[in-house]
Design a protein around this ligand. Structure first.
Ligand SMILES: [Zn+2]
Length: 124
């Protein structure tokens, strides 16, 4: 007789999507190389649309736009317009960041700058 009629899923749908975002962040540059194949060029066009569709499906309309969309550290929560810059980031990018990750990065003293949705600095 089966015992587990309703087993706990290995991961939620949001966690599964976060894994795909992180793999893309780590390896996605491969499809953008100069000698990209035709198939990779097609993927370059499609990947951001594909992520937007999935982000909105799992996280709602707030995930539609980069600046208010998913946190670019955990990819599990919306940034609600908060952005941070990490110390030593050679590109000096402001990246969407959820409150949980911001607190974590602050504790680890990795934050160079944090801004709210109006672009006002919110560093301690
Ligand atoms: Zn986060």
């Amino acid at each position: 007789m089966k015992k587990n009629y309703n087993p706990k899923p290995e991961m939620t749908r949001k966690e599964a999507l976060a894994v795909v975002h992180k793999v893309y962040e780590a390896q996605g540059f491969r499809i953008f190389r100069e000698d990209a194949t035709e198939e990779e060029k097609a993927l370059q066009e499609q990947i951001h649309t594909a992520f937007r569709i999935l982000d909105v499906a799992f996280h709602g309309e707030g995930a539609r736009y980069f600046s208010t969309g998913l946190c670019s550290f955990c990819y599990l929560r919306l940034s609600h317009g908060f952005q941070v810059r990490i110390k030593g980031d050679s590109m000096r990018l402001m990246r969407p960041c959820c409150p949980g990750c911001q607190e974590h990065l602050q504790t680890e003293q990795k934050l160079e700058r944090a801004e709210d949705w109006e672009g006002k600095e919110v560093m301690p």
